[in-house]
Design a binder for this molecule. Structure first.
Ligand code: ATP
Length: 541
C-alpha cells in the first residue's frame, strides 16, 4: 500500500463516509477506513482498483459494503477492490467489445481492389497488412509511432470499405481533444487527395473531425451523453484518433453508444502516455486483443537519431539512450549551455519579426519551430519556473516590454475549451500589435483551415504563458526543435512513457536537460496502473 502522507482530505472524507455506512464495530472500522482512503487515492492516481491481502479482503466483505456483482458501492473481485462505478465501466467495455467482435458482417473484399491502393512492394508493407485485416474485421486498433502512416492507412481503409459497399457509408471521425481533431482533419484532407480512386469514393469519406464529447452529444454539466445504449449513434463506421488520451469512463461510454454492427477503428500510439484520468485503455486493449491490433512499424517522417533514441527509451535500453545523448549528435544531444540563456536566445527570431511589423503567420511559424517541454508544472526546471525566468530575461534584454499581463510577443496556450470563442484546450496564440487596427494588442490564432482569428486579450480568461509547456499538454503536437527539460531529482511523474512522448514531439532536433541519475532512473520506470480490463476482455472473447 502507498504512503498515507499523499492521501488527500477528499480521500479521508470519502473513507469516513463509506465506513459510517458499514456495519463494522468500531475496532474493525478503524482498520477498514484506511483501505477505503487508499482506494480513493489510487483512483486519483489513475488506477481502477487496488489489490488486498487476505485479512483486508475479510474486513471488506464483513463491512456489508462490497460484493462481487456490482450491487454495492464497492466490488471485491478476486483480490481486487473497486469502486462499483469503475468496475462497471470495465465490465461494460469488455462486454461491448465482445459484442462488436461477435456480430457477423460478411463483405466481399476482392484482392484486385486492395492491390490498387497498395501496390506490390518488396519489403513488408505494414500498412497493407493492417488494411486487409481492418476491412475484414469488425474492430481494429491501428497503433504505431509518429509518422508511421496511421492516418494515411485509415483513409485507404475507409475508401476500400466504400468500394466494397453497395450503399454510401455513414462515417464518423472523432478525437479526444479539439486540437487532435483539427490535426486529424488536416491530414485526412491531405491523404484523400492522393487516393487512387474515383471522386465519388473520395466524396464518401468525410473530412470533418469532431471531438469525442461532441460525437456523443455532451450536455454539460451532466455526465450523461445524448447517445448511449438506448439511443445509439447512427454510424456504420466510427474512427477515433489519439486513443491513448482516452480514459476508462469515456471509452466505456463511447463503446456503449455504438450499435453492435458498427465498425470501430481506433488509432493511437500504445507506447505514449496514457490519459491523466483512470486507466491505460489503449495499452490494455492492445495486450488483450493482439489479433485485432495492427502495428505500423516503419516511420515515414522520422529517421536517424531521434528514431533510434525514441526506440531505445521505449524499449528501456537506458544505457544505449544515455550514450546516444552524450555523443553530441546534431539531432539528439544534451544541452550544455545555460538553460535560460539558451531558451531566451531561441525566442529572438520571432520577437524580432514582430518588432519589424511582420505579419502574424510568419511570426507564428518562427515561434512554433522551437518548443520547451517540461516534465513538471512546479519546482526547479518546471513550466512555471521556466516561464517566469525566460520572461524576466527577455525583459532584461529589452526583447519584450511587459508592464502588465499582456505584452507584444507573449505566447499563450488556452487551457480550457471555449466553444463560444471556438478556442480549445491546447490552442496556441501570439499576442502582438494588430497593424490593421492602429497597432492595438490582439491575440492571434491559426485555424485548421489556415484562416487567422484574432481576439482582444481581455476576452481570453483561461490561458497561460507558454515559453514552456508540460509534456502532457504537448501530446498530439509536433515541433521542428524540442528542448526536453527534466527536474533535478526524481519525481513520481517521471516514467519512460513520459520521456517517449516528449521525444516523439520533435521532428528535426531534440535537446535534453537532465542529469544522468534522473535520466537512467526515469527510463527504468514505467506507468503501472492497476486494473482488470485486459483480463476481463480476454475472458469475454
Ligand atoms: N506508405 C507510405 N509511403 C510514403 N509516404 C508515406 C506512406 N505512409 C505515410 N506516408 C507519409 O508519412 C507522413 C506521415 O503519415 P501519417 O500522417 O499518415 O502518419 P500518422 O501515423 O498518422 O502520423 P501522426 O499520428 O504522427 O501525425 C505523411 O506525410 C504521409 O504522406
Amino acid at each position: 500500500m502507498q504512503d498515507e502522507i499523499s492521501l488527500s482530505r477528499l480521500d479521508y472524507a470519502f473513507a469516513r463516509f463509506i465506513t459510517q455506512l458499514s456495519v463494522l464495530d468500531p475496532e474493525k472500522a478503524k482498520k477498514f477506513n484506511p483501505i477505503i482512503a487508499q482506494l480513493s487515492y489510487a483512483q486519483s492516481q489513475g488506477h481502477s482498483c487496488i489489490e488486498l491481502n487476505t485479512a483486508e479482503q475479510g474486513l471488506v466483505l464483513a463491512s456489508g459494503m462490497a460484493d462481487d456483482a456490482g450491487k454495492c458501492p464497492l466490488v471485491l473481485e478476486n483480490k481486487q477492490l473497486y469502486l462499483q462505478r469503475y468496475w462497471s465501466y470495465e465490465c461494460q467495455l469488455a462486454k461491448k467489445i465482445a459484442d462488436l467482435i461477435a456480430t457477423e458482417r460478411s463483405i466481399e473484399t476482392p484482392d484486385t481492389i486492395i492491390e490498387q491502393y497498395f501496390p506490390v512492394s518488396m519489403a513488408t508493407d505494414w500498412q497493407k497488412n493492417a488494411a486487409i485485416r481492418a476491412v475484414k474485421d469488425p474492430f481494429t486498433i491501428i497503433t504505431g509511432g509518429p509518422g508511421t502512416g496511421k492516418t494515411t492507412t485509415v483513409v485507404k481503409i475507409l475508401a476500400l470499405l466504400q468500394e466494397f459497399s453497395k450503399q454510401p457509408l455513414n462515417i464518423a471521425l472523432a478525437a479526444p481533444t479539439g486540437k487532435a481533431a483539427m490535426r486529424l482533419q488536416q491530414s485526412i484532407g491531405q491523404s484523400k487527395r492522393t487516393l487512387p480512386c474515383t471522386d465519388e469514393i473520395k466524396q464518401a469519406i468525410p473530412e470533418q473531425v469532431i471531438t469525442l464529447h461532441r460525437l456523443l452529444g455532451a450536455r454539460p454539466p451532466s455526465p450523461y451523453f445524448k447517445y448511449n445504449n438506448d439511443n445509439p449513434l447512427p454510424f456504420d463506421i466510427v474512427v477515433i484518433d489519439e486513443v491513448s488520451m482516452i480514459d476508462l469512463p469515456l471509452m466505456s461510454k463511447l463503446l456503449n453508444a455504438l450499435k453492435n454492427d458498427t465498425r470501430l477503428i481506433l488509432l493511437g500510439d500504445k507506447d505514449q502516455l496514457a490519459s491523466v484520468e483512470t486507466g491505460t485503455v489503449l495499452a490494455d486493449l492492445t495486450s488483450a486483443l493482439p489479433e485485432y491490433t495492427q502495428e505500423l512499424k516503419k516511420s515515414y517522417r522520422f529517421s536517424g537519431h531521434i528514431k533510434t533514441f525514441a526506440d531505445a527509451v521505449n524499449q528501456q535500453r537506458e544505457q544505449d539512450a544515455w550514450e546516444l545523448l552524450s555523443q553530441d549528435h546534431a539531432q539528439v544531444c544534451l544541452l550544455k549551455d545555460d538553460l535560460i540563456d539558451y531558451i531566451t536566445n531561441k525566442q529572438v527570431a520571432y520577437l524580432q519579426l514582430i518588432s519589424e511589423g511582420a505579419e502574424f503567420t510568419s511570426c507564428f511559424v518562427a515561434f512554433n519551430a522551437f518548443q520547451v517541454l517540461c516534465a513538471t508544472r512546479q519546482g526547479v526546471n518546471s513550466v512555471d519556473d521556466i516561464n517566469y525566468h525566460v520572461a524576466q530575461k527577455l525583459k532584461e534584454k529589452k526583447l519584450i516590454q511587459s508592464s502588465g499581463e499582456w505584452y507584444s510577443g507573449r505566447p499563450i496556450m488556452i487551457v480550457q475549451n471555449d466553444p463560444v470563442l471556438r478556442l480549445y484546450n491546447g490552442d496556441i496564440g501570439l499576442c502582438m500589435p494588430d497593424t490593421e487596427n492602429g497597432g492595438q494588442l490582439m491575440v492571434f490564432f491559426i485555424m485548421p483551415d489556415g484562416s487567422i482569428r484574432k481576439y482582444m486579450p481581455a476576452r481570453l480568461s483561461n490561458c497561460e504563458t507558454v515559453f514552456a509547456m508540460t509534456i502532457h499538454k504537448s501530446q498530439g503536437s509536433e515541433f521542428n526543435e524540442v528542448l526536453l527539460v527534466l527536474p533535478e531529482s526524481m519525481n513520481p511523474i517521471l516514467t519512460k512513457e513520459l520521456i517517449y512522448t516528449g521525444i516523439t514531439r520533435a521532428k528535426e532536433s531534440l535537446k535534453l536537460t537532465t542529469n544522468k541519475t534522473v535520466f537512467l532512473e526515469t527510463i527504468r520506470r514505467r506507468v503501472e496502473r492497476s486494473g482488470g480490463l485486459t483480463n476481463r476482455i480476454k475472458k469475454m472473447i
